[in-house]
Design a protein around this ligand. Structure first.
Ligand SMILES: [Zn+2]
Length: 275
């Protein structure tokens, strides 16, 4: 699933590959997929997009937002976006295929589940999109120490675990169950540790780790568990992921544990992240 580092990297690649390209054709809802939801009416996408030029693209929490004239294309986590060069065959399965007048194309294919679509600017009322637009990104200056102190000091989050605090409730849009594993490892905090039991030093460690870990992932072009616009895995080597479960911890050599918790797997080093 795409999270904050990957959506930012893909948005940059889209701006680089499609910036100023003009849309010549649009094919929506080609391959039936039960767990795809379309933003707006997909029959209107050609009308909203054909003849428009690609403008700004940005990572918006766990979503990728692309301007095409005054229309906005939006792709949620769980949607694979791919660049196709002129003459390159187009994929057989996709939920959106956009062709450009220079012969290149962008395809979007939903993996397990996901949302995608296009609406006129100002018409998008998706709650995840709104939260990501309103709240400061951990990559921005707005995500400062005092902002984080208010988030973690909220009485309503004290009973939550570190994982629930970071990855539920859209408190930090785009920070999900993937990136949080290394964030908590670097902070030395167990995913199940209650927020109320975190010392001031641990809260500071957590803030620093959110910033530095996400920056390292961004700099690496995303995590090695995810693919970019060209189908290439990110260069950021995950410390804790499906790739490293059962392997020795980088710091102490203890085998990395995997458990199911809050609707997803958690990975941790029992020694470096004591409960
Ligand atoms: Zn360890």
């Amino acid at each position: 699933m795409l999270e904050l580092p990957e959506t930012n990297c893909i948005a940059e690649q889209i701006a680089g590959s499609f910036g100023k390209s003009k849309i010549s054709s649009v094919l929506a809802a080609h391959t039936p997929h039960k767990l795809t939801w379309y933003f707006g009416n997909f029959e209107k996408y050609p009308e909203l997009l054909i003849g428009k030029t690609i403008g700004k693209a940005s990572g918006c929490g766990s979503m990728v937002e692309i301007y095409a004239g005054k229309s906005i294309l939006l792709f949620s986590e769980g949607v694979g976006l791919r660049f196709h060069d002129r003459k390159e065959p187009r994929p057989e399965r996709h939920q959106l295929l956009i062709e450009f007048d220079n012969g290149t194309a962008l395809s979007a294919a939903v993996q397990m589940y996901g949302g995608l679509g296009c609406l006129a600017e100002g018409k998008l009322d998706n709650p995840y999109y709104k939260a990501a637009k309103e709240k400061p990104s951990p990559f921005s200056r707005g995500f400062g120490k005092s902002y984080f102190a208010r988030l973690i000091g909220d009485p309503a989050v004290q009973k939550l675990s570190a994982k629930a605090f970071l990855a539920t409730g859209q408190r930090i849009p785009g920070l999900g169950n993937g990136v949080l594993q290394d964030i908590l490892f670097n902070a030395g905090i167990h995913p199940k540790k209650k927020v109320s039991t975190l010392s001031l030093a641990e809260r500071n460690e957590l803030y620093d780790s959110i910033r530095t870990t996400l920056h390292a992932m961004l700099k690496g072009g995303g995590r090695d568990t995810e693919s970019d616009l060209y189908g290439i895995r990110g260069r950021y080597k995950t410390i804790l992921s499906k790739n490293t479960a059962g392997k020795p911890c980088l710091l102490c050599g203890t085998p990395i544990k995997k458990e199911s918790y809050l609707g997803g797997s958690i990975y941790f080093c029992p020694k470096c992240q004591p409960l």
